[in-house]
Design a protein around this ligand. Structure first.
Ligand code: NI
Length: 255
């Protein structure tokens, strides 16, 4: 059994077949999936999917690139959604200086505002951080003792991964670890102890080799486990079991 801790099945690329695909994935051994919110509509869609499928859980929050017009009313919406029993985290929140559409100070403000919300409602956070390692860590250092967190689709160095682990947080890896030029990601995998690793697809993005460039889905998460197993000297089954256990503990999924 596998736990895909980060996917976007509300994405329009699944409009044709999400209700065919999701039960098939469960049958195929993907026993838990987090559907991740990026703004208010996708957060509500995540909750709706979680209500429909027992093995799907939801997160709610504004992805940094969407914070341009974020308001306190959105925080209020997330506060009420957070009370839903299947909402397991605030996310994906963070900083993205790669696309750079939203001024950095603005992204930082709403990142911290959503960290404060997570602290208030007692949920962990799912972090999206791209090309903003310095500012991202600076903010996370301030909050790490109050709010548990995971860096999703981790793209930092081994050093940064070690610092995240020292703060008591988790690191999650996607199909990027299977890419040919993945040296940096593999060094990060090697640096993180097994009890702090989670796996994810980030579907429909980030399809692993040999599906790179195609639409991704949770059925490819074993490819991520396989690569991590290779680096850690474990079997894919062991990695599947440990990362599922980590995810259940972190997101407080009931037995
Ligand atoms: Ni995502």
């Amino acid at each position: 059994m596998f736990y895909d801790t980060h996917a976007h099945f509300d994405d329009e690329r699944f409009n044709e077949d999400r209700h065919i695909l999701l039960p098939q994935l469960y049958e195929a051994g993907i026993s838990l999936i987090n559907n991740i919110g990026c703004d208010v509509p996708s957060s509500k869609a995540s909750v709706a999917l979680a209500e429909q499928y027992p093995f799907v859980y939801a997160t709610v929050g504004h992805w940094p690139g969407n914070t341009g017009d974020m308001t306190e009313a959105d925080i209020d919406t997330y506060r009420s959604l957070a009370a839903h029993p299947k909402v397991v985290a605030i996310g994906e929140i963070g900083l993205d200086y790669y696309y750079d559409d939203v001024p950095h100070d603005h992204q930082k403000y709403w990142f911290e505002r959503q960290l404060a919300l997570a602290d208030e409602v007692g949920l962990p956070v799912v972090i999206h951080e791209r090309d903003a390692h310095g500012d991202g860590l600076e903010i996370v250092r301030k909050w790490a003792n109050k709010v548990p967190g995971v860096f999703h689709c981790f793209s930092g160095s081994a050093e940064m991964a070690k610092e995240i682990v020292r703060m008591g947080w988790y690191v999650s890896f996607t199909g990027v670890v299977t890419f040919k030029n993945a040296r940096r990601a593999l060094e990060a995998v090697a640096a993180v102890p097994m009890d702090r690793i989670m796996i994810e697809t980030d579907s429909p993005y980030m399809a692993p080799t040999p599906y790179r460039g195609k639409r991704n889905h949770s059925g490819y998460v074993p490819k991520v486990a396989e690569k991590i197993a290779e680096i850690k000297g474990l079997t894919t089954e062991q990695v599947a079991a440990i990362t599922t256990e980590n995810g259940r503990r972190f997101f407080r999924i009931p037995d």
